[in-house]
Design a protein. Structure first.
Length: 267
């Protein structure tokens, strides 16, 4: 006699999705499909309102974001939540701002899910270091100005573990994510290790969103610019000669202004 074995309960899946830096039109088709088909959506702080407006009204959506000093849910607890929901058979859209694998901790979540035997897929997104710079008319690489670009986290648990000497001597674009709170230290360290104080630099607040603000200056006066205009997170820091092109290549601010004028005329 054969003994019938009950099939194992079907596990759900988790798709770790990059939502891009803010503009809903920058969502990939695959990202939108995942948002529309998921049983549950877990989203981060940097997922814009325009993108949240695309969530199906019948789909439960939960905020699990983090801000400096204010974590809605600890990362280990969030990993466990993803595992538990997937084990119950749910299809989960884990929605992150930008790209999940660029300072998004997507790798940590994927490792935890793999260790629990959960099927995981990744949908890349436009990272802020490229998207916000482009919306500000700043190409992160440009012939004759910058042959490479380095992305750096501007936030650390205790201090920034960065090779400042190497960064200061590189002849290419530096892009600091989440660095507004450490702006004074970033500018101090770079100048101390040999970068020219008059190096072109930019601060981009709310990149790729309707309320994006871009301010250009020099490395030496970035802190003054941030205070003068009361910049808040998320603000991207771009340092390098490519910032000189912002005035010539700006397009998003002009487009936004034109669209606002048209809206007033047709109101």
């Amino acid at each position: 006699m054969f003994k019938l074995v009950q099939p194992a309960p079907k596990h759900g899946t988790v798709t770790i999705v990059g939502a891009g830096p803010g503009d809903a039109d920058l969502l990939t088709i695959k990202a939108l499909r995942c948002i529309q088909s998921a049983d549950i959506i877990l989203y981060d702080r940097l997922v814009s309102q325009d993108i949240r407006d695309l969530f199906p009204t019948e789909t439960p959506a939960f905020y699990v974001g983090k801000a400096a000093g204010n974590h809605c849910i600890p990362q280990a607890q969030l990993n466990q939540l993803l595992i538990e929901k997937a084990q119950k058979g749910y299809s989960i859209c884990r929605l992150k701002g930008g790209d999940p694998f660029v300072f998004g901790r997507g790798g940590e979540e994927m490792l935890a899910l793999h260790q629990a035997g959960i099927q995981v897929e990744v949908v890349p997104g436009v990272t802020a270091g490229v998207g916000a710079a482009a919306y500000s008319g700043i190409p992160v690489t440009h012939r004759g100005l910058a042959q490479a670009c380095t992305f750096i986290t501007g936030h650390g648990e205790k201090s920034l573990d960065v090779d400042w000497s190497s960064l200061a001597k590189m002849q290419h674009t530096l892009v600091f994510y989440m660095g507004l709170g450490n702006l004074a230290d970033i500018t101090k360290q770079l100048t101390h290790h040999g970068m020219c104080a008059d190096m072109p630099a930019a601060l981009i607040e709310n990149g790729c969103r309707k309320d994006q603000r871009t301010f250009t200056g020099q490395l030496s006066n970035l802190e003054q610019i941030a205070k003068q205009h009361q910049l808040r997170s998320p603000t991207l820091i771009v340092i390098g000669r490519v910032v000189e092109l912002a005035e010539s290549l700006h397009w998003f601010a002009s487009l936004t202004s034109t669209n606002a004028q048209i809206a007033q005329m047709t109101a």
